[in-house]
Design a protein around this ligand. Structure first.
Ligand SMILES: [Zn+2]
Ligand SMILES: [Zn+2]
Length: 391
C-alpha cells in the first residue's frame, strides 16, 4: 500500500534528521568538505541522480532530468562548518575539535538532500533540476571556486534559489524581499608609517597613532556624508595595531576593518572615499601610507520576478500568514550572492526559532539546527521546482 502524504512526510523527516545529525557530528570547514561531499554524492546516487564531484575543489552537483522540459532550476546548499569548539552536550555533537556546524549548514545540506529525495520520487515536473552543494560559504570563496571551475558552462541553470535558517523568525516562517537581502563584504587595511620616538617628545616625531585616530573618525563621515541617505552601508574599523611599546610613540600603525553595502556603486564609492581620506590625512602629516581594499562577498541581490516565484512557492507550503514578503535586509553577507550575479535567482530566510524559546544566535557554540524545519525547507525547494518546471 502506498504511503499517505502524512506517512511520507513523517518518514522523510526521520530520514532527514538522521542525515542532519550525522553531518552535525562530522563537521568540515571550508574546502575540507571531503567526507561531507562523499556523503552527499552517495545519497544522491542512491536516489538515481547523476552526480559530479570535485567542482571548485569539494563542491558537488547533482542533476535530475524529468520529461522533455528545457528549463533548468538550480537549488543550492552550503556544506562547510565554522572553526569553533562545540560546547553542547548533544549525543550527535561534533566529534572534531575546533570544528562545528554552528551556522546550520548541516541543516541546509540535509534540506537539499530532502528536496532531491522528494523530487526524485515524485517526478512531477518537466525539466532539469540541479542540486548544488557548495563548499566554503563561510569565508565567501566557495561559489567563486565553483564558478571559476566552469560551473555555469558545465551545469547551465536558468535560475537559482538558496536559503539560510534564521533565528529571528519563528520556525516555519519564510521571509524574502526583492533587491538586496544580504550585504556585500569588503575588507580594508590601512598601514601608516610615521616616525616614532620618545613618548615625552612629540615635537620630534610624526605620530601615526594620532593620524590613525583622525582617519578612524573621518571614515565615519563616508556613510553619514557621502553615501545617499536612502542607500545602506556600514564602515567598521575593527583592529588597531601599533608597535606596542608603552613609553614610545610608534612608527607604524595598522588599521583593519570591513565595510558592507548592497550595490557595486556604493562599494566603489566607499573604497574611493577611504583612499582619499587616508591619503590626505597622511600627506598633511608627512607620513607614508598604504591602503588595500578587497572584495570578499558579493551582495545577495534578489531578482524581482524570482522573489515573486519564491513567495508563491512559500505560500503554497507554509501558508500565506507565515510568509514575510518584504523582510528587512541583513548587513551580514552570503556567498550565494555571487551565483545570482550571473543568473536570475532569489535567496530566502527560513525561520528556526522554537516556540516559547529564546533562540541561540548563529555561530554560537551551542547552536543546533531546528529539525522541525527540515521538511519545510525541502518542501519549499520541491514546490519551487514543481511550479517553475510545471508540466
Ligand atoms: Zn555562518
Ligand atoms: Zn551560514
Amino acid at each position: 500500500m502506498p504511503l499517505t502524504e502524512e506517512q511520507y512526510m513523517k518518514e522523510l523527516r526521520k530520514q532527514m534528521t538522521e542525515w542532519r545529525h550525522d553531518l552535525h557530528a562530522h563537521p568540515e570547514s571550508a574546502f575540507e568538505e571531503v567526507n561531507t561531499a562523499a556523503f552527499v554524492a552517495e545519497k544522491l546516487e542512491e536516489m538515481g541522480i547523476q552526480v559530479e564531484t570535485g567542482i571548485g575543489k569539494t563542491g558537488v552537483v547533482g542533476t535530475l532530468k524529468v520529461g522533455d522540459g528545457e528549463r533548468v532550476v538550480g537549488l543550492r546548499a552550503d556544506m562547510d562548518c565554522i572553526c569553533l569548539q562545540e560546547a553542547s552536550d548533544l549525543p550527535y555533537g561534533s566529534q572534531t575539535p575546533n570544528r562545528m556546524h554552528a551556522c546550520g549548514h548541516d541543516g541546509h545540506t540535509a534540506t537539499l538532500l530532502g528536496a532531491a529525495k522528494i523530487l526524485s520520487e515524485s517526478r512531477d515536473f518537466s525539466g532539469t533540476v540541479r542540486f548544488v552543494f557548495q563548499p566554503a560559504e563561510e569565508p565567501g570563496w566557495g561559489s567563486k571556486a565553483m564558478i571559476e571551475d566552469g560551473f555555469f558552462e558545465r551545469f547551465p541553470v536558468d535560475e537559482m534559489y538558496g536559503f539560510h535558517n534564521m533565528p529571528q523568525y519563528p520556525a516555519g516562517t519564510i521571509a524574502v524581499r526583492k533587491g538586496g537581502i544580504m550585504a556585500s563584504e569588503d575588507n580594508f587595511t590601512i598601514k601608516i608609517k610615521g616616525k616614532g620616538g620618545h613618548a615625552s617628545a612629540p615635537d620630534v616625531v610624526k605620530d601615526p597613532l594620532v593620524m590613525a585616530a583622525e582617519i578612524i573618525c573621518a571614515l565615519q563621515t563616508i556613510v553619514a556624508r557621502n553615501v545617499t541617505p536612502t542607500e545602506t552601508a556600514v564602515v567598521s574599523c575593527t583592529e588597531l595595531e601599533t608597535d606596542g611599546a608603552h613609553n614610545a610613540i610608534p612608527s607604524n600603525v595598522v588599521i583593519r576593518g570591513d565595510t558592507r553595502s548592497f550595490t557595486p556603486e556604493v562599494s566603489r564609492l566607499i573604497e574611493e572615499r577611504m583612499e582619499s581620506i587616508c591619503r590626505h590625512i597622511c600627506q598633511m602629516n608627512g607620513a607614508e601610507w598604504e591602503f588595500t581594499y578587497t572584495h570578499e562577498f558579493a551582495p545577495t541581490f534578489n531578482w524581482k520576478e524570482n522573489a515573486e516565484y519564491a513567495v508563491k512557492a512559500a505560500k503554497a507550503v507554509v501558508g500565506e500568514e507565515r510568509v514575510v514578503e518584504n523582510c528587512a535586509p541583513l548587513m551580514s553577507s552570503e556567498d550565494f550572492g555571487r551565483f545570482i550575479q550571473t543568473v536570475p535567482g532569489c535567496f530566502v530566510f527560513l525561520g528556526n526559532r522554537r516556540e516559547g524559546e529564546e533562540s541561540l544566535p548563529l555561530h554560537n557554540s551551542q547552536f543546533d539546527y531546528n529539525d522541525d524545519i527540515l521538511v519545510t525547507g525541502a518542501r519549499f525547494f520541491a514546490e519551487l521546482v514543481k511550479q517553475r518546471l510545471a508540466k
